[in-house]
Design a protein around this ligand. Structure first.
Ligand SMILES: [Zn+2]
Length: 69
């Protein structure tokens, strides 16, 4: 399953949150979630609005509803 990633606010790098799309739907992540960034090793908070699916897939594409580019 594709990983859920955010942009690190410190380095700007795409970093995995440790969650995958099977865990929950991004649109359902309204409460901020915290995780330790593997790039800068600080704790970041993120919500569904901040996150995206790796490889630039939209959630719909990740489930096979639309082909990736
Ligand atoms: Zn970071």
């Amino acid at each position: 399953m594709p990983r859920i990633i955010i942009s690190c606010p410190t380095t700007g790098a795409d970093v995995p949150t440790g969650h995958r799309t099977q865990d929950f739907e991004l649109a359902a992540v309204i409460e901020p979630r915290s995780f330790r960034c593997p790039v800068c090793h600080e704790v970041h908070s993120w919500r569904g609005d901040d996150a995206r699916i790796e490889h630039g897939l939209t959630p719909a594409a990740a489930t096979g509803a639309a082909p990736p580019h």
